[in-house]
Each structure stands twice: as C-alpha cells, then as structure tokens.
Design a protein around this ligand. Structure first.
Ligand code: NAP
Length: 303
C-alpha cells in the first residue's frame, strides 16, 4: 500500500514525486512512455527559471526524473489500463494485470496532440506526417516541410525545423499567430520560413510518402498545393482523460476539474498539470501543480 500513486511522469508527476519523497511519503510514479511527457518532445525551453540560455526538453525531463529517483521516489514504467478511485483504498490496474493500491492518487497524465482529421493525415502518419518536430525533424534535413498551427508549439516547431530543413511553410487559419511575440519576431525574421496566414489545410497528398499539402484561402476559397516532404501538425492538445471519464468530474472539453488545492470531486484523488482545467499550461505551471497536489495529499492523509 503506497501513500500516493502518481499516474504520469511529466513535470507535474515528477515534481509530485519529489515533494512526496521529501515529505517521507511512499510514492510510486507510473509512466507508460518516457519520463517528461510532452516536455521530452520540446526542443528548448526558454521560460523555465534558472536556465539563462534555455534548457533542452529531454535534458530537463531527465534531470527531474533523476532528482525524483535520488530522493527515493519509485518510478515504474508501465501502462495503466484501469482505475478504481471510489473507495478509501485506490486500485490501479496495469497492462500486465498487476494491481497497485494507494491511499491517494495524483492524476498527471497530461495531454496528447490533436489531429486535423483531414484526408492523408492518418494514411501518411510516419511517412511524412508527424506530431513531433524535435523527434522527426532530422528526417527532413535539406527538404521542404509544412507546419500547421499558430500557437507556441507550431512557432517553436517551425524555428526548430528551419535549422535543418531547406524551407519551412507555416500555415495558420487566422490572420495572426497566437504564439508569443518573441517567437513571432524570430519566425518573421527567419529567411527560410514562409508564413501562410488565413489558410486552412484540406488534405495531405502523396502515395507512401508526402508530396504536398493542399490548403485553402479562407477569404477567397482559392485552393493551392504546397510541395513538401513533411507535414508537422501542431494544433493543440486533448487531455488524456479516457481512463477517468465517469470517475472524476470533467469539464466540457474533457479536462479534470479541481479546486485550488487540486482536489477532484473524489476524496483522495487529485489532478496536476495539463490534464486539469486551467488557464496556463506550461512546464512551470505543471511543476507547481505537482507540488500543490502532493501537499494537498499530505493534508488528506493526515486527516
Ligand atoms: P494552442 O496554443 O492551443 O494553439 C493551437 C493552434 O492550432 C492555434 O493557433 C489554433 O488556431 C490552431 N488550430 C487548432 N485546431 C486547428 C485545426 N483544426 N486546424 C487548423 N488549426 C488549428 O496549442 P499549443 O501551441 O500546442 O500550445 C499549448 C499550450 O502550451 C499553450 O499554453 C502554450 O503557451 C504552451 N506551450 C508553451 C511553450 C513554451 O513556453 N516554450 C511551448 C509550446 C507550448 P487559433 O489560433 O485560430 O485558435
């Protein structure tokens, strides 16, 4: 029986584990992929305090994981397939059939990239269509690529790809990007990034590999094909709440609803990071959530 079971090993989960270990609480973090979650797919983080020249996403993820381990947290790489959160003892079932029991649970499973739902996206996934520029950008060295989206992720992806790709087309459906001004300035200054503002993607075309992206001008309705070998989709994320539907309160968009103390509507169950309803989803807010969730767990366990 653990004091706390943390589901998800991103910045929220690892910070929760660091705080639990330092508070003398037994804690297991369950992570189905690699530690770091989305942070591990980010090239450089420039807005996490303490790193004047920025820090690599993998580097920061690995450091958080190591810090949690050094302090005594138990990190288990396993996929959760079921949760029973209703009683005083929480039961977590893993893919291999193993069950874990905890007095409290912190849900920190983050969010996953949103799909466009256009023709060619699914068929050409892994054959030119990608959701992770830092993972796959290298395959498009000296080639032409498209990035779809107007937020921080799309802007960062475009800048990252521009370092190695011949040309990057940034396609966004509105007349202005929503990315941070500092990123926008770098986008507009880059010689090999062309922005296509006011365009929606219609289809990703090619046979066994991407040949082009068809886009449509939202004002004129005119269609055109942009020749490219890679298409990077960066249009936001959906919360990874499939396991928790009907078990904890979610908002209309599927994010877990919590109070200030990050408690859900189920006693002993807390949520931290991108999976919960909040205004700002960043590494720093995820890490802060992890700290708050563990302190709230501690209070719950003492009651
Ligand atoms: P986001 O801010 O939600 O942006 C998603 C973008 O995709 C928006 O520009 C949106 O257009 C567009 N979009 C959504 N659905 C679309 C569709 N079906 N077709 C075409 N375009 C579509 O997502 P994000 O960029 O992944 O960022 C998520 C959060 O992480 C944000 O809070 C962001 O600040 C943060 N983040 C921070 C950093 C950093 O600080 N280093 C890096 C990455 C992300 P509209 O603009 O028209 O809505």
């Amino acid at each position: 029986m653990m004091d706390i079971i943390v589901i998800g090993g991103g910045p929220a989960g690892m910070t929760a584990a660091i705080y639990a270990a330092r508070a003398g609480l037994s804690c297991t973090v369950l992570e189905s992929g690699v530690a770091g979650g989305q942070l591990a797919t980010t090239s450089t983080v420039e807005n996490y305090p303490g790193f004047p020249n920025g820090v690599g996403g993998v580097e920061l993820s690995t450091a958080m994981e190591q810090q949690a381990k050094n302090l005594g947290a138990n990190i288990k790489y396993a996929e959760v397939t079921d949760v029973d959160l209703a009683g005083e003892v929480k039961t977590i079932t893993l893919k291999n059939g193993e069950t874990l029991h905890g007095k409290a649970v912190i849900i920190a499973c983050g969010a996953a990239p949103r799909k466009l739902g256009i023709s060619g996206e699914e068929e050409l996934r892994g054959m030119g269509v990608s959701y992770c520029a830092t993972c796959d950008g290298f395959f498009f060295k000296n080639l032409e690529v498209c990035v779809i989206g107007g937020g921080d992720t799309a802007a960062e992806d475009a800048l990252f790809l521009a370092r190695t790709s011949k040309k990057v087309h940034l396609i966004h459906r509105r007349g202005e990007l929503r990315a941070a001004k500092s990123l926008q300035n770098r986008i507009f200054a880059a010689e090999n990034i062309e922005t296509h503002l006011g365009y929606v993607p219609l289809s990703i075309d090619g046979k066994f590999e991407v040949d082009s992206l068809k886009v449509q001008n939202v004002e004129t309705g005119e269609e055109e094909s942009i020749p490219c070998q890679g298409v990077f989709v960066a249009v936001g994320h959906n919360p990874n709440t499939a396991l928790f539907t009907g078990k904890v309160g979610l908002d209309d968009a599927g994010y877990i609803v919590t109070g200030e103390d990050l408690a859900t509507d189920v006693p002993g169950v807390f949520a931290a990071g991108d999976i919960r309803q909040k205004d700002l989803r960043q590494v720093i807010t995820a890490a802060a959530d992890g700290a708050v969730a563990t302190i709230s767990c501690e209070r719950y366990l003492l009651d």
